[in-house]
Write a protein that binds this ligand. Structure first.
Ligand SMILES: *[C@@H]1O[C@H](CO)[C@@H](O)[C@H](O)[C@H]1NC(C)=O
Ligand SMILES: *[C@@H]1O[C@H](CO)[C@@H](O)[C@H](O)[C@H]1NC(C)=O
Ligand SMILES: *[C@@H]1O[C@H](CO)[C@@H](O)[C@H](O)[C@H]1NC(C)=O
Ligand SMILES: *[C@@H]1O[C@H](CO)[C@@H](O)[C@H](O)[C@H]1NC(C)=O
Ligand SMILES: *[C@@H]1O[C@H](CO)[C@@H](O)[C@H](O)[C@H]1NC(C)=O
Ligand SMILES: *[C@@H]1O[C@H](CO)[C@@H](O)[C@H](O)[C@H]1NC(C)=O
Ligand SMILES: *[C@@H]1O[C@H](CO)[C@@H](O)[C@H](O)[C@H]1NC(C)=O
Ligand SMILES: *[C@@H]1O[C@H](CO)[C@@H](O)[C@H](O)[C@H]1NC(C)=O
Ligand SMILES: *[C@@H]1O[C@H](CO)[C@@H](O)[C@H](O)[C@H]1NC(C)=O
Ligand SMILES: *[C@@H]1O[C@H](CO)[C@@H](O)[C@H](O)[C@H]1NC(C)=O
Ligand SMILES: *[C@@H]1O[C@H](CO)[C@@H](O)[C@H](O)[C@H]1NC(C)=O
Ligand SMILES: *[C@@H]1O[C@H](CO)[C@@H](O)[C@H](O)[C@H]1NC(C)=O
Length: 540
């Protein structure tokens, strides 16, 4: 039953036996054929192999409408196993297709496999990516748009256009070299730059950006309003996004409509997605900069970790020039980033595909039955490899995929003893799994004991972010929870520390609707070094 080949043969068979409710025939189908292969690109001037889909880097957008049945036939033309995961897409009907190691076996090189799933009860902006082996550091990502059905209204006027923006840190070393560094117990160090839609920075300063780099240009018409869907697809760098001279009105994040609010800049952490409405209300005296710069770092050392694209009005009178718009200055407002994040709230009066599985927004009244406090520490070296831990455990996927082990009752493959609270014991490697009860509600506290920002992603899953603060989480912290209009999303940051080491918390609540979920903290690329674990129901 080990991955990949044997299990691959098994999977379709099992699916046939287990498939829960089959997709309704009346729901439309959308089919895609993807060839995932290396192409050579030089985003920062250095030629390297990047992962493209149908030769596109970033990959094509999966543009579908809620209730669609989606079939993506993926041919792996890489030289190593491949999985594609669908980010916040909640696969209620088919937990075998989420592209996470443990429930899906990787597609061996030269093989193809078709992901079949239904996008349901969701409207919004997401992205897909290859979660294994640092592949995301080489590309393989692209957008997912889930549109509303015609009967469901959206809380803003239909924009004049849709603009996709992938921002993310980038290394000139390829992903196999990066992987080797981690396996040798080394840090990756400062990235070589930030890409925007797979391209390097506009040459805003001759001494900082070399000549000959291809940059991204967003063409717009004056007076029109565009929906920018922005995703941080990077490895580990939090980025601050800003568009010179323009307000960004946030309207959606990871499938939740937010209270519309203008930002002049926003911190977008690794794995997060946002939609902004941007009106072209400036006078086009020149082009404008779109900037994504590294956050919570020493900016005088990290100048190269800055992405710059160009916003070009059709009536623009010239090129963008001069300094970039300023990043936020935290020196006098250390809570800037956290206050910004706390201000993002759900629009509870707007319709949604289906607000939550219980059919209610009133998550604050739901009785929590399980509480987990998960603490990550700075990375440690275990068996010579650089790894991070959660509650002292660094997850190691067993040779038999968890989902199969569970199905065949092979309990010796994993343990159901994931600690509910942090412990001060020595870090260990384990295949330890959270024992959760189907359809119960959990409260999860993420306690970041590192000195760097961490993001947590719950794959294929949305949870309410009910609170966020610095310092050690305590029972009393619950009195500060937002029990009314927190956003439901799939990735949250545990915010950064300013000055001396401190820790912060962020809290999430969720419910188990799909039989089993793998929960992945941190970024996909870091996942290799992070603990990650699975949530199972108690019916095993
Ligand atoms: C990455 O670069 C190394 C040399 O530094 C090379 O041996 C390896 O084949 C490259 N991998 C890919 C996927 O390009
Ligand atoms: C995505 O699909 C919707 C609904 O079919 C369509 O209106 C829209 O133009 C498409 N968007 C893009 C960018 O193709
Ligand atoms: C592989 O691709 C072929 C050709 O597109 C298709 O007929 C077949 O169903 C695919 N196999 C799987 C397992 O998806
Ligand atoms: C919230 O949604 C309602 C209903 O769609 C809409 O009219 C209103 O403008 C939205 N409020 C904000 C602040 O976005
Ligand atoms: C370019 O960047 C360098 C180094 O930060 C700075 O000294 C110089 O003033 C900048 N040039 C312009 C034209 O802004
Ligand atoms: C937000 O920005 C838009 C476009 O710049 C502007 O028209 C609107 O008045 C702003 N709204 C608020 C509440 O500041
Ligand atoms: C256009 O806007 C810029 C920046 O706000 C301003 O400096 C300039 O004078 C304006 N030009 C015209 C023609 O209004
Ligand atoms: C940032 O780095 C510069 C150059 O090494 C150093 O002089 C400066 O003290 C650093 N700033 C902070 C806040 O650490
Ligand atoms: C939560 O538990 C209380 C006390 O047992 C009960 O009165 C209440 O109805 C429960 N709330 C929900 C949403 O089930
Ligand atoms: C926090 O609450 C839990 C469960 O209600 C309880 O077991 C624990 O003793 C409390 N801790 C403190 C410090 O009060
Ligand atoms: C990590 O946790 C320990 C124990 O709770 C605490 O003493 C220490 O200050 C924390 N460190 C950071 C950087 O948060
Ligand atoms: C898992 O949880 C269920 C329900 O709470 C319990 O009956 C079962 O004993 C637990 N399993 C283990 C191995 O702890």
């Amino acid at each position: 039953m080990a991955c990949p080949a044997a299990a691959l043969l098994l999977l379709p068979l099992l699916l046939g036996l287990l498939a829960p409710a089959p997709a309704r025939a009346t729901d439309p189908y959308a089919a895609f054929d993807w060839d995932v292969s290396y192409v050579t690109r030089s985003p920062l001037g250095v030629p390297q192999k990047v992962i493209a889909i149908n030769k596109e880097f970033p990959g094509p957008v999966v543009n579908v409408t809620t209730n669609y049945n989606v079939a993506v036939n993926v041919l792996n033309s890489l030289d190593e196993p491949l999985l594609i995961t669908w980010d916040g897409i909640q696969q209620r009907k088919n937990c075998w297709q989420d592209g996470v190691l443990g429930t899906n076996c990787p597609i061996p090189p030269g093989w193809n496999w078709t992901y079949n799933f239904q996008v349901k009860d969701q409207i919004g902006s997401f992205f897909y990516f290859p979660p294994l082996s640092m592949q995301r550091a080489a590309g393989g990502f692209g957008g997912i748009t889930v549109n509303n059905r015609a009967v469901i209204s959206v809380p803003f006027d239909t924009p004049d256009g849709d603009v996709r923006l992938f921002i993310g840190d980038w290394y000139n070393k390829n992903h196999t070299d990066l992987r080797k560094m981690l396996d040798d117990g080394k840090e990756l160090g400062m990235p070589d730059g930030v890409l925007m839609n797979g391209k390097g920075p506009y040459r805003y300063n001759d001494s900082l950006v070399p000549a000959g780099i291809e940059y991204e240009t967003i063409d717009v018409e004056p007076g029109k309003t565009y929906r920018f869907r922005v995703h941080n697809v990077g490895v580990s760098t939090s980025l601050n996004l800003r568009i010179q001279g323009h307000n960004m009105a946030m309207v959606e994040t990871e499938g939740s409509y937010t209270m519309k609010q203008n930002f002049t800049n926003l911190d977008i952490h690794v794995g997060q997605s946002y939609s902004f409405l941007v009106t072209m209300d400036q006078n086009a005296s020149s082009d404008y900069y779109i900037v994504a710069s590294a956050r919570f770092v020493n900016e005088s050392l990290w100048t190269r970790v800055t992405g710059v694209a160009i916003l070009h009005y059709s009536n623009s009178k010239g090129k963008a020039s001069g300094p970039l718009p300023d990043p936020p200055n935290d020196e006098y407002d250390k809570s800037f980033s956290m206050n910004q994040a706390r201000s993002i709230r759900m629009n509870v009066t707007t319709g949604a595909a289906r607000p939550n599985p219980q059919g209610s927004f009133h998550y604050g009244e739901i009785n929590v039955t399980q509480v987990y406090k998960l603490r990550n520490m700075p990375p440690v070296t275990i068996n010579g490899k650089r790894r991070t831990t959660l509650n002292g455990i660094s997850y190691s996927p067993p040779a038999t995929p968890l989902r199969l082990a569970d199905l065949y009752d092979k309990k010796e493959v994993y343990t159901l003893d994931f600690p509910t609270m942090p412990s001060d014991g020595p870090p260990a490697i384990g295949s330890s799994v959270i024992n959760s009860t189907y359809k119960n509600f959990m409260e999860i506290v993420f306690q970041n004991n590192d000195t760097k920002v961490q993001t947590y992603h719950i794959d294929g899953y949305a949870f309410w972010v009910v609170g966020m603060d610095y310092g050690e989480w305590k029972n009393e912290s619950r009195s500060t929870y937002n029990k009314w209009d927190g956003v439901s999303r799939c990735t949250t940051q545990c915010s950064p520390e300013h000055g001396p080491p401190s820790c912060c918390r962020s809290t999430a609540r969720g419910s188990g609707t799909c039989a089993r979920r793998i929960w992945t903290p941190g970024t996909s690329a870091r996942r290799r070094t992070s603990g990650w674990w699975i949530l199972t129901e108690a019916t095993t």
